[in-house]
Write a protein of this length. Structure first.
Length: 546
C-alpha cells in the first residue's frame, strides 16, 4: 500500500512527540541548551495525562525534604525501589532515578521559576517495606494562574473531574478533604477556579507551557507522530500527520518519543495485558504510537504486561475528547462504611491499599468458568457513609444520580446490582464483625500507613473501618482501570532506546509512559510516574543536545 505523499520537510535539532511531563521536560531542557525544537502533540490541547493528574512527583532526596531534615540512605532507597517493583524493576536505572532526579527537580524549579512543596506526611505506597517511608519523598505543585498564558490559555488541557476545585495536595491534607469533604471552603475554591487558577498536573503543565512560549517554542497541536525515518541506521526524524497533511520533521540530534502508553489501543491491550483493561483514565490519544515506532527500529521492550493500575468509576455521559471519561477512584474505598465486593458478594482486595496493588486482584480468574472472578465489582456503602462523605458525585440532600443503585435492604440492593444477595449479606456481617476491632484478617485493610492516610482519623475504632448496617444501602460499579500502561522500549541512563541487540539506537530516545517503566510491577510512591517522565525527558534532551 503506498503512503500518502509528504507535503514538506522541516529540520530541527530535536523532535519530540507528546506534551505530557516527559515531552515538556525534554523540550524545555533542549531549548535552554540552545537547540531548535519541534514539539508535536496529537490532541488539540497540551498536557496529556499529566494535565489531568495530581501532579505529584516522587523525588526521594529532593532538596526540600533535605531542608526539612529528611535523610535518605541510598542502599535502603534502592532496596525499597526494587522490592516495591516486585523484583522486576531496572536496578541500574533505579540508581539513576535516585541520583539524578533531585538535580532534575532543581532544574525544573529554576527554569519555571517556582518551588515544589514537600509532602512530609504523604506515605510511600508500601511504606512498611524495608526502605519505605511514611512521608518526605513526594512533592506537590503550588497553584498556577492560567491568566499568565494570555491568549494561549485554551491550549492547556483542563482537569474535567476536579478542575472546578483547585486545591493543592497540601491543602487537601490540611483540610482533611478526603474524609471531610464538606469542610472544603467551597466559596473560596470556586472563586479560584473562576479566576483561572489550576492545581496539580495542570499547574505543572501550565508552568511548562508558559516557559516554552516565552522561549519562542509553540507546541504544535493536532500533529500526530506516525513513523520514524531512518537513514544509515540512525533515526533522523519522523513523519507526522498534521491538519495540512503529512510533514517530515527532520531531527539532526534526535527524536524523543514522549507520547504515552498504549492504554487506548484495544488490540495492544488484549495482546499484552493480563486483563482486559476496560477503563483507562488518560485522555484517549495514548494509542501506543511510541511503541509501534520503537518496534519498527527493533527496539527491545520491557514491562509490557504492566500498567499503573487504578480502579475506575464512571459517571454516565461524562466524556474526554469524545471518549468516555473514566474517573480514578482514590478515596471512597478507603473510608469507613465502604467495601468493594464482586458479583458473589465477596470482598476480594484490601480496598484501602495503594491503587496499583489493590487493583491487581481484579485479574483473578475463575478457573472453572474461564472468567474474571472479580469483574464486575461494586463499591457498597450504607447511609452512615452517605451522611458523612461523598459517593463519587452523590451528595446527601441532593437527588441520587441514576448510576448509584439504592436498596432499602442489602438484599434489595444486591438484586438491583446483580450481586448474589446471600453472599453479600454474609460478607457484610463478616465485615461488621471486623469493624468492632479494626482488624481485617482477610485482607489486612488498615495495616499500612498508606491505607490510613485516605481513611477518616475521626472514625471511632479505626480510620478505615465502619460498619455497613444502616439503610438505605448504595452501590456503584467499580472497574479495573489504569492511569497509563508501563510497557515500551527499554532505555538506558540517557533515555536512549536500546535495540534487541542490546545497543542504543542512534538518534532515538523515549521517556515517561512511552518508555518501558523502570518500576516493574510496582508503584513506589505518589508521583513515581511523573518523576520517571521528568527525569527521562530531561536526560534525553541533555544527551541529545550535549
Ligand atoms: C487522575 C489521575 C491522577 C494522577 N496523578 C498522578 C500524580 O499525582 N503523580 C504521578 O506521578 N502520576 C499521576 N498520574 C499518572 C500520570 O499522569 C501519568 O503517568 C504521566 O503524566 C504520564 O506522563 P507522559 O508525559 O509519559 O504522558 P502523557 O502525560 O499522557 O502525555 C503524552 C502525550 O502524548 C500525546 N500523544 C499520543 N500519541 C501521540 C503522537 N503519535 N504524536 C504526538 N503526540 C502524541 C498525548 O496526546 C499526550 O498529550 C495520574 C493520572 C491520572 C489519570
Amino acid at each position: 500500500m503506498s503512503e500518502p505523499p509528504i507535503l514538506r520537510e522541516e529540520t530541527f535539532d530535536l523532535v519530540i512527540a507528546g506534551t505530557g511531563a516527559a515531552g515538556m521536560a525534554a523540550a524545555l531542557r533542549a531549548k535552554l541548551n540552545g537547540a531548535e525544537v519541534a514539539l508535536l502533540e496529537k490532541a488539540e490541547t497540551v498536557g496529556g495525562t499529566t494535565a489531568i493528574s495530581g501532579g505529584v512527583v516522587w523525588a526521594p532526596g529532593n532538596a526540600h525534604a533535605k531542608a526539612a531534615g529528611v535523610e535518605e540512605d541510598l542502599d535502603a532507597l534502592l532496596g525499597y525501589m526494587q522490592r516495591s517493583s516486585q523484583g522486576r524493576g531496572d536496578e541500574a536505572l533505579h540508581r539513576v532515578y535516585a541520583s539524578e532526579l533531585p538535580r532534575v527537580i532543581q532544574f525544573v524549579e529554576d527554569a519555571l521559576g517556582f518551588a515544589f512543596e514537600p509532602l512530609l506526611d504523604y506515605p510511600d505506597y508500601q511504606p512498611e517495606l524495608p526502605g519505605g517511608r511514611a512521608g518526605g519523598r513526594s512533592l506537590d505543585n503550588p497553584l498556577y494562574d492560567t491568566t499568565r498564558l494570555g491568549e494561549d490559555r485554551p491550549l492547556l488541557r483542563r482537569n474535567l473531574v476536579n478542575g472546578g476545585a483547585p486545591i493543592t495536595i497540601g491543602e487537601a491534607m490540611r483540610w482533611r478533604v478526603f474524609s471531610n469533604p464538606f469542610g472544603l471552603p467551597y466559596k473560596e475554591v470556586a472563586a479560584r477556579a473562576k479566576a483561572g487558577i489550576v492545581h496539580g498536573g495542570a499547574a505543572l503543565v501550565g508552568r511548562f507551557l508558559e516557559a516554552l512560549l516565552a522561549q519562542g517554542l509553540r507546541p504544535r497541536t493536532r500533529h500526530a507522530a506516525e513513523r520514524l525515518v531512518v537513514e544509515d541506521g540512525r533515526v533522523v526524524g519522523l513523519v507526522a500527520s498534521t491538519p495540512e497533511g503529512r510533514v517530515l520533521f527532520r531531527a539532526t540530534k534526535g527524536v524523543v518519543l514522549a507520547c504515552g502508553g498504549f492504554e487506548w489501543n484495544a488490540s495492544l491491550r488484549a495482546r499484552f495485558l493480563p486483563i482486559e483493561l476496560t477503563h483507562p483514565l488518560s485522555p484517549p490519544h495514548n494509542t501506543g504510537d511510541a511503541l509501534r515506532m520503537a518496534q519498527s527500529v527493533r527496539a527491545d521492550l520491557t514491562c509490557m504486561n504492566e500498567a499503573w493500575w487504578t480502579p475506575a468509576v464512571v459517571v454516565p455521559g461524562e466524556t474526554i475528547d469524545g471518549a468516555p471519561l473514566h474517573r480514578g477512584e482514590f478515596s471512597v474505598r478507603c473510608l469507613p462504611h465502604a467495601i468493594i465486593v464482586n458479583a458473589r458478594g465477596r470482598r476480594f482486595t484490601n480496598e484501602a491499599r495503594n491503587y496499583n496493588d489493590m487493583t491487581k486482584p481484579f485479574f483473578d480468574q475463575d478457573s472453572s468458568r474461564h472468567e474474571p472472578r472479580n469483574v464486575p465489582a461494586f463499591l457498597v456503602v450504607d447511609q452512615q457513609y452517605m451522611e458523612r462523605y461523598v459517593l463519587v458525585t452523590a451528595v446527601k440532600g441532593r437527588p441520587l444520580p441514576d448510576y448509584v443503585l439504592e436498596g432499602a435492604t442489602l438484599r434489595e440492593l444486591a438484586e438491583k446490582a446483580g450481586i448474589d444477595a446471600a453472599g453479600l449479606e454474609a460478607e457484610v456481617a463478616r465485615w461488621n464483625a471486623y469493624c468492632k476491632t479494626g482488624v481485617d484478617p482477610d485482607f489486612e485493610r488498615g495495616t499500612s500507613a498508606f491505607d490510613r492516610f485516605y481513611g477518616d482519623p475521626t472514625a471511632p475504632v479505626h480510620p478505615n473501618f465502619g460498619s455497613i448496617e444502616k439503610g438505605p444501602f448504595y452501590a456503584v460499579p467499580i472497574h479495573p482501570g489504569a492511569m497509563g500502561t508501563k510497557g515500551g522500549p527499554r532505555v538506558d541512563a540517557h533515555a536512549r532506546v536500546i535495540s534487541i541487540e542490546g545497543e542504543p539506537i542512534e538518534g532515538l530516545y523515549a521517556a515517561g509512559n512511552a518508555q518501558g517503566s523502570i518500576f516493574g510491577a510496582g508503584y513506589p510512591g505518589a508521583g513515581a510516574t511523573i518523576g520517571q517522565a521528568l527525569l527521562f525527558g530531561t536526560l534525553a534532551a541533555e544527551h541529545a543536545t550535549r
